[in-house]
Design a protein around this ligand. Structure first.
Ligand code: RB5
Length: 161
């Protein structure tokens, strides 16, 4: 499948700026989380940080649950989670009602997780990719719209599980 040009309209950039974003990581994702946060801040986007706040070992389940709960409750529009592979964080987050956490360590997955799956949490594997790609994934994921239509029907079926 060929990717269409990404939309860069003022409306879309405004959408990103008004989104409420929450971010979390375990120790394996800590350094990358700090870089993502700083990157968002530079763009005028303040992300609520639920930790972890150092490289001391923590269970990925704890920040994962905090972020997923707040997205599930509608307190935040979008969440970003970073652990070593992204696997544990995705497993945790996807247990929460209404959460669609997309594990994306490449641009195609990040784009498609928005277009087709309306992902509301982006999960990244901090030990798998570099910071430059991670920031690209975040930017792209934030501005890519959901296509709706047949994909909406599929999401509704998912919610019925
Ligand atoms: C931590 O060592 C690691 O297990 C965690 O970051 C994550 O990759 C789990 O899925």
């Amino acid at each position: 499948m060929k990717l269409k040009q990404l939309p860069e309209s003022t409306a879309q950039l405004t959408m990103v700026l008004i989104m409420k974003i929450i971010i979390g990581s375990d120790h394996a994702g800590y350094q990358m989380k700090e870089k993502v946060k700083a990157h968002l801040q530079k763009r005028g986007i303040e992300a609520e940080d639920v930790g972890t706040y150092s490289e001391e070992s923590v269970d990925y389940t704890d920040p994962g649950k905090k972020v997923a709960q707040k997205v599930s409750d509608g307190v935040f529009d979008r969440g970003i989670l970073i652990c070593g592979t992204g696997l544990g964080m995705s497993m945790v987050a996807n247990r929460f009602r209404g959460v669609r956490a997309g594990l994306a360590n490449d641009l195609f997955s990040a784009i498609m997780s928005r277009r087709h799956n309306d992902s509301n949490i982006l999960v990244i594997g901090g030990r798998l990719i570099g910071d430059t790609l991670a920031l690209q994934l975040v930017d792209t994921w934030l501005k890519t719209p959901f296509e709706g239509g047949r994909h909406q029907r599929r999401l509704e079926k998912m919610d019925g599980v």
